[in-house]
Design a protein around this ligand. Structure first.
Ligand code: ATP
Ligand code: MG
Length: 250
């Protein structure tokens, strides 16, 4: 079974960017293929990794509900979902991407969500690493549309509200008991003069601190110019992500 790393935290703290750097570092180390899951309904992990996403799990759910009347005899919802899921996986030589897309509409999706989870979990053993980006907050995790998480990286920046979000995530994870093995805090884009005070506040959270990623001009420019992040050279953010992966066994 692969080891999973999920990234969570307040909106705009850098979750998607850091998830992308984790994927690229794992593949740079030859630890691919990595399964990448974009669980943010406002999906953009694929884009930052340079992929065009054609179809999401949300699209598949809609399709099942629309097409169900036209299913050929003998075809079950499960068969349709399984076949559809294979179409959704965007494959590249180094990683495969599944984009969850929009969540639930008006219909009841519980059964479909269970099917999606079942089939995604069946994929997990084919990968050594699974990296998941989340929406701000922890909707997917709280509704258990995602399976067990080995390492949850909670991203905090110098907005104090991001610490409140971290706290809520920690509280939620306690309620979920066994579904998250290890929780960690990461700081991102924090100004030097604020670091000491922020570290004091993080101590109060009573959770392991994994490292700091400074604001990185090279990374910022690469994103602004749509340059592939895999080509970044001498990036402090990439260097720090690498140290963080060392700590969690990457
Ligand atoms: N260490 C960093 N150095 C430079 N720029 C960064 C860094 N981390 C994140 N950014 C930039 O900050 C912005 C927000 O990052 P990102 O989209 O990854 O946040 P997010 O937490 O995923 O946001 P959302 O909650 O909207 O999904 C982006 O423009 C990104 O390029
Ligand atoms: Mg994001």
């Amino acid at each position: 079974m692969g080891t999973s790393i999920a990234v969570a935290g307040k909106g705009g703290t850098g979750k998607t960017t850091l998830a992308a750097l984790v994927v690229l570092e794992l593949t740079r180390r030859g630890l691919g293929p990595v399964l990448v899951i974009d669980a943010d309904p406002d999906a953009n992990l694929g884009t930052i990794l340079g992929l065009e996403v054609e179809k999401t799990i949300g699209d598949l759910r809609e399709e099942v509900l629309e097409e169900i009347k036209n299913f050929p005899p003998g075809m079950s919802k499960a068969d349709y979902v399984e076949a559809g899921l294979h179409q959704i996986i965007e494959e590249t030589p180094k990683f495969d991407l599944i984009t969850m897309g929009r969540g639930e509409g008006s219909g009841c999706y519980c059964y479909l969500n269970t099917l999606v989870r079942k089939f995604s979990e069946e994929l997990f053993p084919s990968y050594k690493w699974i990296v998941m980006d989340n929406e701000a907050g922890l909707e997917h995790i709280s509704r258990r549309t995602t399976s067990n998480i080995n390492n949850l990286l909670i991203v905090v920046n110098d907005n104090p509200i991001s610490l409140n979000t971290a706290k809520s995530i920690l509280e939620l994870s306690t309620k979920l008991k066994n579904s998250i093995d290890n929780l960690y805090i990461i700081t991102n884009m924090v100004k030097d003069e604020r670091k000491a005070e922020l570290m004091n506040r993080i101590k109060d959270l009573d959770v392991e601190y994994l490292g700091d990623i400074p604001y990185d001009n090279l990374l910022g420019d690469a994103i602004f110019n749509n340059n592939p992040l895999a080509d970044l050279k001498g990036s402090i953010a990439v260097e720090r992500i690498s140290k963080i992966l060392d700590k969690i066994g990457g």
